[in-house]
Design a binder for this molecule. Structure first.
Ligand code: HEM
Length: 482
């Protein structure tokens, strides 16, 4: 009993010393910080899952703006994280001073967890090599070629919505969009047809749920991957289930048994050929293909759903977007790559949806080389984690007056009241999103196809959603999420 008490006492004293030392990190370096709450740091509501990471960091950003400080130190549990607040500093970190911040946070373990080798996670020279091998698949020509495929799946989605005519339970737009982006991404990456749009019970249903399901286990894994990536390698943990690894490995080896279209230059085809010349291992190829599915499916379907939702709530914007599409169709008869590129107002509607519902509410970097923070005496150590508070910037009235309001006019070329130069939904610099053109394309195609439920019909107790000639009534609302 006495021994037990001594052990407990030692543990308590050790914990107190540990917390004291951890929470003096920023103070010792002369970086402004707010009093942390042990053991949660500045992230109590985030850790207890009361608020999302974007909201938590947005609140931190707003406190810093009030104090007029250009950067601050944040504690996620006991992990010290640097948060640049000044937008010029953010731009420097991502662009001119990129050499000091080449990597994203996230563990890579090729042997034990092949899915972890996707581009987003790769570091230093390995990232540079793989990014250059991936880039040709995202060239202007390849994206343009992909247009036909996107249009084919968009037509299937139209049919799917058509089948929902008269559905009084409501239409889950997000789920339908997810089936659309899954089909597009699987075709673009593996050159096969997932068939998820035509078959709701396709095998992809299970794997989409496994990857993007918001269960506590997956949330915990993703959070630990940010806070203690070293732990994953040390304890041989995996961010994703074995079942997922098997499925995505099989897709590469057998192309899932689907139809192969060898006339298309899909990513897998490009990487397999590049791999033999550049020592890209099979695990890395599996990781890259999985990474595109991970990075592109959920993000794009959510942007589409949010854009449709925003337009459904703003009749004026919807009418303006539709007349732009109708005018373009009058001139060109069909939706093509060139027509889509010319839809400026539609673009503004999508950008404004991404600003008001940011898909990437924060971005991350690791300080890969000691960095003297400009106009200060602070030096960041190699290995320091950085959170870039994108949602905080987008909701800052200095850059976007009345920031809560959905207003596509902010992005009009002649609008000087808003500073859209601080808007970077796809990141900035050499590490910015490789798939942004594919995304913009899928989203635009979808946005052009619909007349949406409107506020007026919602007020009458039901949503009226006319998709071309069809009418869908959904009294329980326009569902953008599960
Ligand atoms: C609305 C949709 C999307 C959003 C908002 C988005 C956003 C982002 C952001 C913020 C980053 C980090 C950039 C940085 O660190 O500066 C990123 C990276 C990345 N994205 Fe996207 N993305 C989207 C769609 C896609 C699609 C469709 C693909 C693939 C087809 C894709 C593939 C990637 C990859 C591979 C990276 C890692 C790039 C690297 O580290 O070199 N994303 N994305």
């Amino acid at each position: 009993m006495a021994l037990m008490l001594i052990i407990l006492l030692v543990l308590l004293v050790y914990s107190l010393f540990f917390l004291r030392s951890a929470y003096s990190y920023w103070q010792k370096r002369g970086v402004y910080t707010f009093r942390p709450t042990p053991p949660f740091g500045n992230a109590i509501d985030l850790v207890l899952q009361k608020e999302a990471i974007g909201v938590n960091i947005q609140k931190f950003y707003q406190r810093c703006r009030k104090e007029r400080i250009p950067f601050a130190g944040y504690y996620l549990l006991t992990k010290a994280i640097f948060v640049p607040i000044d937008v010029e500093l953010i731009k420097r970190i991502c662009t001119t001073d990129f050499d000091h911040f080449t990597d994203h946070i996230g563990h890579v373990d090729e042997k034990n967890d092949p899915l972890s080798t996707y581009l987003f996670n790769l570091k230093g020279d390995r990232w540079r090599t793989v990014r250059s091998l991936m880039s040709p698949s995202f060239s202007h020509g390849n994206v343009k070629r992909c247009c036909e495929t996107v249009l084919k799946y968009a037509e299937q989605l139209k049919v799917l919505f058509g089948g929902m005519v008269g559905n009084l339970e409501g239409v889950n737009v997000k789920e339908a969009c997810e089936r659309y982006t899954t089909d597009v991404l699987i075709s673009f990456t593996y050159g096969i047809e997932a068939g998820f749009l035509v078959d709701a019970n396709s095998v992809f249903k299970k794997y989409v749920e496994l990857v993007f399901g918001a269960g506590w286990k997956q949330s915990l894994r993703l959070m630990l991957n940010i806070i203690f990536p070293e732990m994953y390698s040390l304890l041989k943990l995996k961010v994703f289930d074995d079942d997922l690894a098997r499925f995505f490995t099989d897709l590469v080896f057998q192309r899932g048994g689907g139809k192969i279209d060898d006339t298309r230059r899909d990513v897998l085809h490009n990487l397999t050929h590049a791999g033999s010349k550049n020592d890209l291992s099979m695990s890395e190829i599996v990781g890259q293909c999985f990474g595109l599915f991970l990075a592109g499916t959920e993000t794009t379907s959510t942007v589409i759903a949010f854009t449709l939702f925003a337009l459904a709530s703003d009749e004026d914007a919807q009418e303006k977007a539709r007349s732009e599409v109708v005018k373009a169709l009058g001139k060109h008869q069909a939706i093509t790559y060139e027509v889509l590129k010319g839809l400026d107002y539609t673009d503004n509607c999508i950008s404004e949806a991404m600003r008001t519902f940011p898909l990437a509410p924060i971005n991350t970097r690791i300080c890969s080389k000691a960095y003297n923070v400009p106009n200060s005496s602070v030096t960041l150590e190699k290995g320091t984690n950085v959170f870039i508070p994108l949602q905080g910037v987008y909701m800052d009235p200095q850059y976007f007056p009345d920031p809560e309001r959905y207003n596509p006019e902010r992005f009009a070329e002649d609008n000087t009241e808003n500073d859209t130069s601080v808007f970077s939904p796809f990141g900035l610099g050499k590490r910015q999103c490789i798939g942004k053109h594919i995304e913009s394309f899928c989203t635009k195609v979808k946005t052009t196809f619909h007349r949406l439920p409107t506020r007026n019909t919602a007020n009458q107790g039901g949503h009226c959603c006319a998709i071309n000639q069809f009418q869908v009534y959904s009294p329980s609302g326009f569902s953008v999420a599960n």
